[in-house]
Design a protein around this ligand. Structure first.
Ligand SMILES: [Cu+2]
Length: 105
């Protein structure tokens, strides 16, 4: 085996996040673009704000607790989901906005 191939293999073995994906969720009309999403550990959700008002993506779900803070119109914020489990993402400004996220191994 050449050094080049073994170095590439080693990189994949130590760095599983090379397979990680970005999933885009848009916030428009004070709604998330979907109500559910299934992703894998290490994946990122990119939250885009396509409204002309701010949003504030957060969750209190135990397996994935985070709060992206106030997100200005026209911006995008990212969050990496490292642990398997299920939770409900909400918007602190618009209580009707809900997104069920399942992080499945
Ligand atoms: Cu909102």
């Amino acid at each position: 085996m050449s050094h080049g191939i073994s170095a590439t293999l080693a990189l994949f073995l130590v760095c599983p996040t090379l397979w990680a994906k970005d999933h885009v969720i848009t916030q428009k009309g004070r709604q998330f673009s979907r109500s559910k999403i299934v992703i894998h550990p290490g994946d990122t959700i990119v939250f885009k704000n396509d409204d002309d008002t701010p949003h504030n993506v957060f969750t209190t779900s135990e397996v994935m607790k985070f709060n992206l803070g106030v997100q200005k119109a026209g911006t995008e914020l990212r969050h990496v989901f490292s642990k398997a489990g299920e939770g409900e993402i909400r918007c602190a400004i618009h209580p009707k906005m809900k997104l069920n996220v399942r992080v499945s191994k």
